[in-house]
Design a protein. Structure first.
Length: 241
């Protein structure tokens, strides 16, 4: 009797098994993840160009999204909605922009996110396409969790996957400088709590006023300075020391 009803029970259990949710690539533990995305750097200066590399374990369809520090979403791959986005497993691909340029350029201050997803099934991209090009207004609307870029980008890919399972990987970067000028050096005016200041009692009366205009000409640390310049190469240290 038990053996007779066992196939029926198993079929019912199978029928109600929920679909697998999208999952991030597992941490390095000896097993190769389904997909891995990487950047050539984790910190950039404004104006730098970022290079993006994707590796998939198995054959599949891939989308790569970029959300910048201002929350704007762009599709890095495929470049156009009609382009082939199928990747062969076990191979590494560099994501190239239009005109065979690097994937994207750093133009904003803060933290950006790059998100790559792979699915065994083709994506349905129509909701994010207008006149055969990416509809970036719709992409921005689709990223609903502004304070959580990973969740926002997952929401977009879930719409593209249209119920099909996908795996993803995500990485972030930071823009290390906030202005132009020489790479690695940026000057900002600020009011510090404790820093270099002229001890006016040691200054000659005729030059005291001039010295007060240049607070770092003296080596004395005697309290609050009206204004100073600080190099990002040596944060927290006065350039005159």
């Amino acid at each position: 009797m038990i053996s007779a009803i066992l196939p029926f029970v198993l079929s019912v259990v199978t029928a109600v098994t929920p679909a697998k949710a999208p999952t991030p690539a597992p941490a390095a533990n000896g097993a190769e993840p389904a997909i891995r995305v990487s950047l050539n750097h984790q910190n950039y200066d404004r104006g730098d160009r970022a290079r993006v590399t994707v590796r998939v374990r198995d054959d599949g369809y891939v989308v790569v999204l970029h959300e910048d520090a201002d929350g704007h979403v762009r599709v890095l791959y495929p470049v156009d909605p009609g382009d082939d986005n199928f990747m062969k497993g076990g191979q590494e691909y560099e994501i190239r922009g239009r005109g065979d340029r690097d994937a994207f350029q750093i133009t904003e201050t803060g933290t950006g996110t790059v998100y790559a997803a792979v699915s065994m099934d083709p994506y349905h991209l129509d909701n994010f396409v207008r006149n055969n090009h990416w509809d970036y207004a719709q992409l921005d609307n689709g990223s609903s969790a502004r304070n959580d870029p990973e969740a926002a980008l997952t929401n977009i890919v879930e719409q593209m996957a249209d119920g099909n399972h996908f795996d993803y990987d995500v990485t972030t970067y930071k823009e290390s400088l906030t202005g132009g000028g020489s790479p690695g050096l940026s000057w900002t005016a600020r009011r510090p709590t404790t820093n270099c200041r002229i001890d006016s009692s040691e200054a000659l009366p005729l030059v005291g006023f001039a010295l007060l205009l240049f607070p770092c000409l003296s080596g004395h640390r005697v309290g609050h300075a009206p204004l100073r310049f600080q190099s990002r190469r040596s944060p927290g240290r006065c350039p005159c020391r």
